[in-house]
Design a protein around this ligand. Sequence first.
Ligand SMILES: [Zn+2]
Length: 309
Amino acid sequence: MSDLDTHATDIHEQFSDHLEVSVADVRQRLRTLVDEYKVPIDEARRSVTNHYLEEAGLDRDAISRGGSEAVQIEDVDEPEQWIDLTAKVIELWDPRSDAVAQVGLLGDPTGTIKFTKWAKSDLPALEEGQVYNLQNVVTDEYQGRYSVKLNSTTVIEAREEDLEVGDDTTDLGGALIDMQRGSGLIKRCPEEDCTRVLQNGRCSEHGEVDGEFDLRIKAVVDDGIDAHEVIFNKEATEELTGLTLAEAKEMAMDALDTTIVADEIAAKILGTYYRIEGPTFGRYVLADEFEELTGPADTERVLIKARSM
Ligand SMILES: [Zn+2]
């Protein structure tokens, strides 16, 4: 089955009890978005799901795939999965929206993950330091960071025993072999709490907006065993490249082209060896600390390998 077929079947399964809709209808909607509008498949899936939710007059919470799977936090690597977690509430944060009852950080021996509990789900309050079985939570992803959402179908059960929370810091040393799209001078959505990276001046949530400039690098670092995806935020990018956001903006304005910034950065860092340390969020390592290493002189081999990936 193609990717599209799999997604279409999944979505159809979610709505088959609620709507008269065929797999072919779902597939057609996905195909239109993906082929004609060049929307990434994940976004197309969300958009089509939302369409059917609206048509059925349902909340997203009402659509449970049933049969959630018990997993550990480090195994969360896909959005929209229904899972069970046994985790400790490490921290509670102040919700920034009335729609959110509680938000904070959960931990288990394999790592940590953000959680959100909707106000309308009407669930009991979680307490800091307490371990819970959380049945039927949904995974979500934003910029490579995963989170879980507690919803009205979630079953919360407090546990007697304590749980050791694992350190999810990654420490790696290797050659920076590639820079991914979306690196360099980017624009983010200015809406409160959004900060999504704009594609052609559009936010996937808020449409056309006046973006705010930011600097970021999404890099691939090869430690000789694995390729790791590493994100450098503005501060880290400025420190790594010696290029400030103001200078990057000026450079782009002079050239009437923002891609010049990514090219400049790539020329500086590709093939260079770094030691990088930082927390892991989903498949990304966030570069909190880093230093340049005097790596093997054989950068040619590394770059050949990069091109073959
Ligand atoms: Zn937005």
